[in-house]
Each structure stands twice: as C-alpha cells, then as structure tokens.
Design a protein around this ligand. Sequence first.
Ligand SMILES: Nc1ncnc2c1ncn2[C@@H]1O[C@H](COP(=O)(O)OP(=O)(O)OP(=O)(O)O)[C@@H](O)[C@H]1O
Ligand SMILES: [Mg+2]
Length: 345
Amino acid sequence: MIELHNVEKTYHSKSGDIDALHKTNLTINAGEIFGVIGLSGAGKSTLIRCINMLEVPTGGQVIVDGQDLTAMSEAELRKARQNIGMIFQHFNLLASRTVYDNIAFPLEIQGLSKDEIRKKVEPLLELVGLVDRRDHYPSQLSGGQKQRVGIARALASSPKVLLCDEATSALDPQTTKSILDLLKDINKRMNLTIVMITHQMQVVKEICDRVAVIENGDIIEEGTMFDLFTNPKTPTTKDFIKSINNVELPAILKDVPLSKEYIEGGKLLIRLSFIGASAGDPLISSLVKKFDVDVNILYGNIDSIKDTPYGTLLVEISGVRTSIKAALTYLHERNLRMEVMGYVS
Ligand SMILES: Nc1ncnc2c1ncn2[C@@H]1O[C@H](COP(=O)(O)OP(=O)(O)OP(=O)(O)O)[C@@H](O)[C@H]1O
Ligand SMILES: [Mg+2]
C-alpha cells in the first residue's frame, strides 16, 4: 500500500543543512498496522510527513496505493491526499467549530452538499462514540474526546491510509488504551492501513503488526513485533524493549559468570519465548518426562503482543551432557525462540 524508495529529506536552515532522513526504503502492506519507533529528533515526523508529502522529500519516490506522489502536480496531489488521513499529537482541531463541523470540514472543502456531508458525518460520530457531543466545542472536550474528533475528521474522506503522528502521546495510559482500541477496531472493520509514529514501546506492542526502529534519520531495524521482542539486534531496540519488558537476568544471577562450555554438575541457563497457541503447551513437564533432566523456572511472564499471548521463561536445566543436549535439540524443534545463555556452576 505504501512504498518508499530511497526517500530522503534535508532541511535547509540559516544555521546549515540538516539531513533529517537518509535514503529510506520501506514497504507497508495493505491492512497492516505499521509502527515507527524512535527517540526525539530521530526523524519520525519527517518520515511520516513525507508519506503524504506534507514535507516534500529531497529525493526518492513515495508510492501510495500504486500512485507516485512525488511525480504529481499540485492538483493531482490534492486529490491523492484524500486517500491519506492524518491525526496529530495535539489534535489540531478548529476551536471555533463544533465537533460536527470539525468532522465536516474536509468534506466542505471537497464541495459536498450539506446532505452528503450529514450522511458521512453522522456514522462517524457513532463510530468514535461522540453522538452526544456533536454540538460541543473542542474546549469542552477531554483529550481523548478531542482525538476521537481528530480520527473521525481523518476518516471523513474515506481514506485507505491513516497516518498517526504521536497520536496518543498527550493522553493518559487509560485514554491511550481506548484510542488504540478504536484504531484497532477501525483497522479491522475498514481494512484501513495505519502507520503509527511513536516513542512509546507500549503503543507499538498494543497495536502494531510490524515495526521499524529509526535513529538519526536511518531505519536501523525492522520486523514483526515478535522478532523485535525476542531478537532485538541494536542497542536502541534493546533499550526500547527493556522499557516495558523485564528481560534482564534476575538480580542473583547478574554477577554469576556464564560459561559457554558444559560444566560438570552445572546448570544450563536458557531463555524461551513463545507466541500464540504454543504459549499453552506443557513444555516443561514434557522436557522432564522425555529427557533425564531437571528443569527449574527462574522467571516467567505472560504478556501479549497486539492480541496474541506472548510468554517468556527463564529456566535452568541440569543433567548429564547428553541429556541436556537432547533436551536442547527437542526445544530447537519446537515453535519457540530460544536463547542459550550459558552454564552456571
Ligand atoms: N522544518 C524543519 N527545519 C529544520 N530542521 C527540521 C525541521 N523539522 C525537523 N527538523 C530537524 O530534523 C530532525 C528530525 O526531526 P523530526 O521532527 O522528524 O524528529 P521526530 O523523530 O519526529 O522527533 P520528536 O519525537 O521530538 O517529534 C531534527 O534534528 C529536527 O531538528
Ligand atoms: Mg515528531
């Protein structure tokens, strides 16, 4: 649905040029919720604003729904932009217009009649749960309600893509959750492609199918949420994951030396991560039954990525060398991710 080919952006300012985005390649599939996570100044807003050409890229191609936005005239672009809705951290509502009139605004600009507008706005008020607020002004609404108006307004022109720039960053955790639930619901119902820009891993984990990590204008890592969670490759990604997931070794093991080699009478420390149906498998008991090993659970956690259960177990396995080896082979063949941390004596 969205393809970026070598998209780059340099800002020219009095104090010099700023390369906010280096040659970036990205493919976002139709119907997907795609996250872009990065620290402040990483280039997230630049990237998302290049997708609808609010920022004109310095180079590269932006293809949305098969159309090359970078090759369009102003008039063509205006038309193509109706396909791409956007919501913002600070909502950007018109203070002098009611909820209804804010949602109607893009449709008025498109020149729709009052009747056509009403037919579109009323179901949207229903969808975002603001029927009883239709005549209120933004100043009379809570942050969550304002963002609901923002979402309804973005959906008014029936876009195929919704861009969200830190859409929940100004909201408390509970309101964030309700907005994310709404976005998930819209994504499913309308098969809307959603791009979420955020600096919060919690947001990504709650809603995204795939995610890219951006740092200093470069995408440094990209993958499914499970990939990123179980096998983060860069220090930045590891830090983001640490912010919500306790994947550190328990304190008592922190200073214990880990050996790569088998230690007679020692225990092998491994971390297992599993997702979906396999999270319910009786893994530990079958290890003990099938192989001559003891398994001790040091740490366990069940969480979810989007709506799929996701578990982490830190276990130590003890036994003779051949039994441990057989147990490892068995684990390798299972539908899980395993990190062998080493032997402790
Ligand atoms: N209009 C502009 N003119 C000059 N420099 C800019 C402009 N917009 C952004 N930048 C610079 O480009 C870099 C990337 O900025 P961007 O706003 O994309 O980051 P971000 O990841 O969205 O950060 P934040 O999380 O704080 O919103 C920063 O160094 C920023 O100062
Ligand atoms: Mg930003």
